[in-house]
Design a protein around this ligand. Sequence first.
Ligand SMILES: Cc1cc2nc3c(=O)[nH]c(=O)nc-3n(C[C@H](O)[C@H](O)[C@H](O)COP(=O)(O)O)c2cc1C
Length: 189
Amino acid sequence: MMEFLRTRRTYRRFEQRPVAPEILTEAVEAARIASCGNNRQTLKYVIVQSPEAVAAVQPLVHWAASLPPELGCPKPGEQPVAFIAVLQDERLPGCSDTDVGLAMGSMTAAAWAHGVGSCLMGSIDRPALTELLALPEGVKLRYMVAFGYPSHQSHLVTAVDGNTKYYLDDARDYCVPKRPMEEVLLKTL
Ligand SMILES: Cc1cc2nc3c(=O)[nH]c(=O)nc-3n(C[C@H](O)[C@H](O)[C@H](O)COP(=O)(O)O)c2cc1C
């Protein structure tokens, strides 16, 4: 499990082969059964998998704010091959940011169990995507999640002097600094 969690990272460049629809549906199934406050289940999803729809989404999501675009933004031939839109149905009571996070954690883990990498995307053109996805009134777009078989690796490194900015190494693999245990585990009582 720990090795699974260490490698279930953010991936931003992908092989150009499709992810089976069953894997994307299973990712939504994992989100569907995730824990949520008072079991209210206010989240909905749209799977974007047709090449035409995926191509329409690509310019509406923004990559890797910590990197210059020529490094962080996937080029044609590197882009994700599917997206899942994570939606909050505000017509239902009990909307919760925590529920969104837990659902996306389960969704991306279910995909990674099949070797499918992902990137959670909060920096997105919500008005344009809402129109593209033809969302009903009261159903709000929260995140897009990009999917595909990664064409790079991502390594955890130890953050030094509080510097958490991720970077690419010489092999164009991501290096993701995480604060060390002694900094985050305050005490054990
Ligand atoms: C709430 C949230 C929103 C994010 N939005 C974006 C985004 O819009 N674009 C992007 O390239 N990465 C996005 N990311 C990915 C983060 O940059 C990434 O999780 C972080 O750099 C740590 O890397 P790791 O996931 O491999 O630990 C987002 C992650 C989270 C949790």
